[in-house]
Design a protein around this ligand. Structure first.
Ligand code: ACO
Length: 311
């Protein structure tokens, strides 16, 4: 009966075991996972664009090879996340349509332009750093295929974060103009990086239920705090500052106090009014349309192979 199924689902969640694709799950759980994992997949795919912008202008062959590998990793992350979403009964083609028709979201962070090569380093350090902070706990997410995908994603993100930090260390030991370029980039990315964790807990409609289902393991504000505490000592090593006059150590709390991100800006970006929102989706749509012949050829080949097998 439905009561038995619900009891068994609750037992699995409460005992920290995994829900797998063939297990019964409440509709809300399935919908929440599809929403979150699809948004996550879209973010990885759209996230290729801001850095891809610098591939042809990387200052050395070494930097170009690293950047190329990183952008390809993001494509891979998107693909395993789409596969994880497919285990919940949706089709990747449908998810792609949802993205290019603006029916599904992707991370706010990818709606900002990459104006200097220092942005490549700062995205690695802060944006991928924030992604790791958010995603390491997701390795323990209650849905098996999502948690398992996160393990590999996090390993690769760690490499991305370190390449960013190493790039910035190199620039910081260069000329004054290079150091200024890094600081200018940090000033632009700091607040958007904090917004990646989502709205404050009292304005986060999905958190309570996602925590109860153990899809999410920490609230948005908990992870944002963890990220600030982690980033401050790294900024000191690098020799840059964050553009927040309220940022200071609070010995009583054993954590940093910090200012409030501009939540109106966040809401605008999430609604599709970010600086590069239109361009990102237009590029994704063009890539999808230009790739139609590959999908058609693959489908025709598969059909011919299947027909040959049955004759
Ligand atoms: N950018 C865009 N939309 C956001 C963001 C953000 N940074 N943060 C929250 N939102 C959206 C939510 O998707 C939700 O909208 P929806 O109900 O239409 O889906 C709404 O704002 C309210 O937020 P919450 O109730 O807090 O939503 P949720 O519980 O899903 O928490 C979070 C948001 C923390 C982003 C969560 O979905 C998550 O951990 N996702 C997986 C990580 C991820 O997607 N990372 C992608 C960027 S990192 C990278 O790829 C490098």
């Amino acid at each position: 009966t439905i009561i038995e199924l619900e009891t068994e689902f609750e037992r699995i969640i409460q005992s920290d075991q995994r829900i797998e694709p063939r297990d019964w799950m409440p509709d809300g759980y399935r919908k929440t996972l599809i929403r979150q994992i699809a948004q996550h997949a879209h973010s990885e795919i759209i996230g290729m664009q801001p850095e891809g912008n610098w591939l042809t202008r990387a200052p050395s062959l070494r930097r170009k090879a690293i950047l190329m590998a990183k952008v390809q990793d993001e494509a891979g992350h998107g693909l395993y996340l789409y596969s994880a979403t497919e285990t919940l009964g949706v089709d990747r083609a449908e998810l792609t349509d949802n993205l290019i028709e603006g029916r599904q979201k992707y991370s706010s962070i990818f709606n900002y332009p990459t104006l200097s090569f220092a942005d490549v380093g700062v995205i690695g350090w802060l944006v991928d750093g924030a992604a790791i902070c958010n995603q390491v706990p997701l390795c323990r997410s209650s849905y098996g295929p999502y948690g398992r995908a996160m393990i590999r994603v996090c390993k690769e993100e760690s490499f991305h974060q370190r390449q960013g930090f190493e790039l910035l260390m190199t620039m910081m030991s260069g000329t004054q103009a290079q150091r200024d370029m890094v600081q200018e980039s940090v000033n632009r990315w700091w607040w958007p990086a904090l917004m990646m964790f989502g709205p404050p807990d009292d304005r986060s409609p999905n958190s309570a239920q996602s925590m109860a289902w153990r899809i999410k393991r920490h609230t948005n504000d908990e992870l944002r705090q963890r990220f600030v505490d982690m980033s401050v000592p790294q900024a000191e090593i690098l020799g840059v500052t964050f553009p927040d006059p309220d940022l200071r150590w609070n010995a009583e709390r054993g954590a940093h106090d910090f200012g409030e991100p501009d939540w109106d800006e966040f809401m605008q970006v999430v609604k599709g009014n970010g600086a590069t929102s239109v361009e990102r989706i237009a590029n994704r749509r063009a890539a999808h349309e230009n790739g139609a012949w590959v999908r058609e050829a693959a489908a025709a080949f598969a059909a011919r192979t299947a027909a040959a097998d049955t004759t």
